[in-house]
Design a protein around this ligand. Sequence first.
Ligand code: BES
Ligand code: MN
Ligand code: ZN
Length: 494
Amino acid sequence: MKIQTSHTKLSALKADVAVVFFYEDEEAFTTQKQAIIAEFTSAEAVLSSGDFKGKRKTGTFIYTGSKALPRLLLVGIGKHADLTLEHLRRAAAYSAKNAASVKAESIALPIVSLSESSTSDIAQATIEGAILSQYKFDKYLTESKTEKKRIEKITLYTEDKTLIAGAKAGAEFAHILCEGVNLTRDLANAPNNEIYPETLAKRAEAAGKEAGFDVNVLNKKKIESLKMGGLLAVNQGSVRPPVFIVMEYNGGKKHDKPVVLVGKGVTFDTGGISIKPGAGMDQMKMDMHGSASVIGAMYAIAKAKLPMNVVGLVPSTENVISGNAYLPGDIITFMNGKTAEIDNTDAEGRLILADALTYADKYKPQAVVDLATLTGACVVALGNVTSGMMGTDDALKARLKAASIRTSEYVCELPLYEEYEDLIKSDVADVKNSGGRGAGAITAALFLKKFIGDYPWAHLDIAGTGMASKETDYNPKGGTGVAVRLLVDMIRNW
Ligand code: BES
Ligand code: MN
Ligand code: ZN
């Protein structure tokens, strides 16, 4: 995809579709209407009919008769006073999808003004919405390949020359960011016969090579010598060996302590011996979305050369069944020497994360954030819209919350009151890996909390936000790429 900015009048643009955002407010609408009609008489009929009123998620094509600019697409963005960056993302997504539906290869999008936001942020949001809306996981569709047409070029246009520098910066950042998000989506959507621990590691290595971060893959032997008992227990039933992926990006000063991102990398979760129901089990190919988000975020952080040291850690295995599989009642010993009773082999994510949280301590990190498709309970609580946030450190949670508001990748805090800990007490080990039905997202996080080192920690449960059963504005069905924009924004504003 080519992204560019252009200082030009609408009528001088060259594109298959040029988008014009219309405000719903009467006065603004009338001014815009008159300006468009003055340049394009063909717009008169539609705009005078009153059918198009500038409401969000509405739009109309105008055919101009010009070869250089055959179509305008007028798109409503609602009332001026209500407009936010998120509305811009959605309006850009709506525009790009409609442009794609008429097989446009090049589109032009306007740079609007928004009093509270910089031009760079406005351009970034607009480009994010447009690029992210075009994602399709179609690499395995062999039949329709020949007629596939994509938007290949997006031009941000404005008549105000003073906006160009900011728009360029925002658009460039968005482009990198969306490559990270789409990498995450590709990894999440890939089936288990494409992405299993060793191939996940290969893809992390490729991302590191391209974006500029170091990747070191610990193999099963090394994992054994580190005594990562959680990762090894979950891996027991699998013929594919586990990996522990270590990614290091040094954009900061040499002795700056890093921020560590940890991602659950269960490349398929059958539930193990506590097997899941068959219906919908295919979704569990995405149970490595946390790791995919970490890899995508590392990619964007490194490619954008953000001035921070950031480490990504991914424990990865399948959770499958065989005569070797770990069993309910097993007692396992983790890297830090703690023990857990296995109550349910389907509560596997916390087991592999436990060892990763221990491993993270060796960096003496400024903060650790882990991401995991961890519990169905979190999906019940917050649906597909909001990730569950839990943690020990108010300042870190505030950073995530602020990034959440800026990116509209929503997080909501759930409490870690110690009273909940009774639910994961075991008679025979330090802790039990499942706490029953109530407060499932919280007991999972409290389990993790037992394994953190001496660092500020937050956990994001992305079970609902990572996997979508239907397409929304700029997110596709399937792996959403959630939390890449959130994490990159947090690091960028650190
Ligand atoms: N990967 C699942 C969580 C999940 C469920 C993600 C639905 C996305 C959609 C996780 O490993 C799991 O199975 N959790 C169990 C824990 C329980 C056994 C304590 C759950 O949520 O049911
Ligand atoms: Mn599970
Ligand atoms: Zn799982």
